[in-house]
Write a protein that binds this ligand. Sequence first.
Ligand SMILES: *Cc1c(COP(=O)(O)O)cnc(C)c1O
Length: 377
Amino acid sequence: MKFNTKNVHMKSHQLKTDKSKATPIYQTSAFAFTDLDDMETYFNGEKNYLYTRMGNPNTDELGQAVADMENAEAGVASASGLSAILAGFLAVAKPGDHVIVAEDLYGGTFQLIDEEIRGLGIAIDFIDMTNLKAVEDAVTEKTVLIYTESITNPLLRVEDLKALVTLSEKHDLKLMVDNTFATPYLIRPLEEGADLVVHSATKYIGGHSDVTAGVLCGGSELVQQARKKITTLGSNLGPFDGWLAVRGLKTLSLRMRAQCDNAQMLADALALTPGVKRVFYPQGASDAGNGAIVTIDLEDDIDLNALTRGLSWIKVVPTLAGVETTVSYPKGTSHRALTETMRQKLGVTAQMIRISVGIEDGTDIIEAFSEAVKQAR
Ligand SMILES: *Cc1c(COP(=O)(O)O)cnc(C)c1O
């Protein structure tokens, strides 16, 4: 099956043979057995489900569906992108190990790694991933993992995954990639040779801003390790949220196609708009498109409050990837926890707006931004 077909024909995890077309929601905390022998069937592997924290058809359907999209052996869902990232780290690294991490990470991930994962006694180096020599120089005997994002936030740098795969193979390290911004529609890091891929399914996988979820994909053994961590930490996803994310995922191809087309149109238009100092929109990210996020840096005389007020139907929302076009302010939200020095180093300015481009008519989006920028001068 090709990508679009695979995208809508996911393997259902229904328990009964008389199947409904859509997978039912198994909104249950546990599964019932007729007697003790019947319960043993779970432990000898004949039945898949015992207790929802350890597994549920709806969350498994999401993990498997994203794994299929990523061409992974296995996948597991969790309560959020961050909990999937934590499970991935814990599946690979133990106290005393060393991990090399991209310095320009999503703010929440930076905090998770810098505070909690470091706090477990795992040594962390934040490195500029474009500087391969610096990455290689950071490798020690204790290094077990390199962690990065396939398309970075908010400046939308496309990572050279091939080079990082070569480097991690040379030093026998695992490579874990956050593929949230690209989605498997654009980039499939495991096909390039990465070991683990993680998603904030809160974003494009769900696609409708109505669920918080995460998915981790990779080889069966590593994903099994991660699943154990999710079970033990109690960071499992609820059944209804799994169901919602699966329903959203079925239109990933359609959404991404429309959103990438609109984003390219908008990036081109904004590049010619007076008041816009610089447009960040990657080129050549993949054959399928360049993503649906456009970041702009505005001239100093543009009042961002006036601009965001002037956007009328385009709302300020501190997330991305819904079907509606929204804007966010990296300095005040995703990168708020960073120091000003760090933000400057990463190129996140006070006049920067990140646009998550939706599926509306592209000309309406362009008109809304042109008007708002003009009014805010
Ligand atoms: C949102 C996001 C996360 C965190 O995901 P949650 O679902 O909010 O926990 C991680 N990485 C990236 C790139 C994100 O955009």
